[in-house]
Design a protein around this ligand. Structure first.
Ligand SMILES: Nc1ncnc2c1ncn2[C@@H]1O[C@H](COP(=O)(O)OP(=O)(O)OP(=O)(O)O)[C@@H](O)[C@H]1O
Length: 307
């Protein structure tokens, strides 16, 4: 009997890498004679949370505004969801979420009314795969504003207002969400809840780019950190990668036979393996690597010294 099975076509069956959601290549931006971005490159894949860090005036907001299509770049290639933001239409814009500053002008609107109102703009952009807008009650629950649903916006606390800003940003169920310094003014609990919300959204495949000055936030949240300094991406990677690349040697401390020891090493695993193999009775072993804050401060100081 001849088999009807044929060898799989390697081209058709190879799992396709999804294209990046954001792709930036050679991006330059000048305001008059001031060059703010001097050629930056990065990509963001679906479901990633990326934190853009950098000192005041580094060009973080400029970069985000170019990606949102609000600002025209001077040069370079940019694509968001496969579209050049300079040519994005309404259907493209409906797939983006943007978290702006508070809706202070709408103080008399009630929370539910405001979300229903903004949500209605997204109805024409629903697809078979994406229900738009987000159901208001579900959205209120997701951002923790169920109890405030019928309150006027003017009666919300600062933290509740910020959650509403986020709800407005995601009411259209965006595929990519941009947030410019989203947690300014949050208390620790609001910040913690906000981080959990962003994680939930990213787990549901939403792609998130945020700017922040809060290094702990970036360390906790970001799958990828981009440090913008001197008009360039001075460093990029996961926090662990940055620590390995720029953090220098790790310090290992331990106690053995009641005595404290410490050593510096570039390869912690090999060091600890050797220590155990040498028969040391090791207690209270700790490894300290430079955290993002130390790396960031030394990167930025280095970039500024070059200018
Ligand atoms: N519309 C504009 N016209 C002229 N210069 C501008 C304009 N917008 C921003 N700049 C300048 O470009 C530089 C980068 O600004 P941008 O707001 O992008 O930085 P940032 O990294 O977001 O800063 P911050 O952390 O202070 O928010 C700054 O020197 C700023 O003064």
């Amino acid at each position: 009997m001849t088999s009807t099975l044929t060898a799989p076509d390697p081209v058709r069956t190879a799992p396709a890498e999804p294209p990046p959601v954001v792709r930036v290549s050679g991006l330059r931006m000048s305001y008059g004679t001031q060059q703010v971005l001097r050629g930056i490159d990065f990509t963001i894949t679906q479901g990633q949370i990326v934190a853009l860090l950098g000192p005041n005036g580094a060009g973080k907001s400029t970069t985000i505004e170019i990606l949102e299509g609000f600002r025209l770049r001077s040069a370079g290639e940019v694509s968001v969801l496969g579209v050049d933001p300079a040519r994005g239409d309404e259907a493209w814009r409906a797939r983006l979420g943007i978290v702006l500053q508070s809706w202070r002008d709408h103080g008399k609107w009630r929370v539910r009314e405001l979300l229903s109102h903004f949500g209605s703009f997204y109805r024409p952009y629903a697809t078979d795969g994406v229900t738009r807008p987000w159901d208001v009650d579900e959205l209120l629950a997701a951002v923790g504003l169920t109890e405030q649903a019928d309150k006027p916006i003017a009666a919300l606390s600062g933290g509740q207002r910020r959650r509403l800003d986020i709800a407005v940003g995601i009411v259209g169920r965006p595929e990519v969400l941009f947030l410019d310094e989203p947690t300014v003014g949050f208390d620790p609990q609001a910040r913690q809840e906000f981080h959990e919300l962003l994680r939930t959204l990213a787990d549901a495949r939403m792609t998130i780019l945020l700017t922040t000055h809060d290094l702990h936030e970036a360390e906790k949240l970001a799958d990828q950190v981009l440090i913008l300094a001197g008009g360039r991406i001075a460093a990029r990677g996961t926090v662990a990668e940055l620590a390995r690349e720029f953090g220098g040697e790790a310090e290992v401390t331990w106690t053995s036979g009641g005595r404290a020891h410490s050593a510096r090493t570039a390869d912690v695993s090999a060091f600890v393996r050797q220590l155990i193999q040498d028969g040391a009775e090791v207690d209270d072993l700790r490894v300290h690597r430079a955290g993002l804050e130390e790396i960031y401060l030394s990167m930025v100081a280095g970039e500024e010294a070059k200018r």
